[in-house]
Design a binder for this molecule. Structure first.
Ligand code: BEZ
Length: 252
């Protein structure tokens, strides 16, 4: 799992689309009053708070201390914990598990899936969305190319994001004992905020890629990658990211 220090305020201010798009996923979860629901990788807690509005009893956890501090401050009535999705534990199993835009940060899906299975009641449902195969591929390629050009390619970490296909992730879920009910892989071209939208996105989500570089070297890579992306990703004055999503509903 990449070592990421989150700026939780910037995450909400500039990348609020993460939670906004996640709202659509709540339709798949269809929370019911009185249900116990766990939000895996809850970030700043915005979607957990929406799940609570259905009358469900929601709990959230995230690996990031910064995210959980912000979630607790914003929604003090919801229990939020700092836990690792590869090894998390709760005393009672939940009726449903939910996760949006979190699981692609973890390169050990088997461990996460085993924990999620254990945390569900028999018959309980799992509803997840994450980056799918090919997600932000052009952005990754531009960063890679910029690193090559500058002669720093060997400094690019190997523990990138995890963007599986339907076949791969559904198989892992089935091997763990889940029954996969619905799976979708779809394009979600995503408009980024502001005239520096691409630079801001790369620094926010890809900052860990430059941990072996000096800050001024990282700036050069971000600027060059942005330049390479401009013809295809800056359209009508707006930056776009080539998101692809994997959305799955499965039952224990
Ligand atoms: C995503 O939500 O697809 C994503 C976020 C950060 C980095 C990579 C992908």
């Amino acid at each position: 799992m990449p070592d990421v220090t989150w700026n939780a305020k910037l995450y909400d201010d500039k990348h609020g689309f993460v939670s906004k798009y996640g709202e659509d996923l709540l339709g798949w979860l269809a929370p019911e009053k009185g249900e116990s629901i766990l939000d895996v990788g809850c970030g700043t807690g915005q979607l957990a708070a929406q799940i609570a509005q259905y009358g469900a009893s929601v709990t959230g956890f995230d690996y990031s201390v910064q995210m959980i501090e912000k979630a607790r401050a914003a929604y003090p009535e919801i229990p939020f914990d700092i836990q690792d999705a590869r090894d998390f534990h709760y005393p009672q199993p939940f009726d449903a598990l939910f996760s949006n835009a979190a699981l692609h940060w973890i390169n050990e899906p088997e461990a996460v899936i085993a924990c999620m299975y254990q945390a569900l009641k028999p018959g309980g449902r799992l509803v997840i969305e994450m980056g799918g195969k090919g997600n932000v591929q052009a952005i990754v390629q531009a960063i890679d190319e910029a690193m090559w050009e500058m002669g720093w390619r060997e400094k690019l970490p190997v523990d990138f994001w995890y963007f599986p296909s339907i076949g791969e992730y559904a198989s892992l879920l089935e091997q763990a004992g889940f029954e996969v009910k619905t799976a979708l892989h779809f394009d979600r071209d995503t408009a980024l905020n502001g005239e520096n939208g691409m630079q801001t996105w790369i620094k926010m989500f890809g900052g860990f890629l430059f941990r072996q570089l000096q800050p001024e070297e990282a700036e050069k890579i971000v600027d060059r990658a942005t330049e390479l992306l401009k013809p295809s990703h800056f359209r009508s004055g707006v930056w776009h990211a080539d998101y692809k999503r994997l959305r799955i509903k499965a039952v224990k």
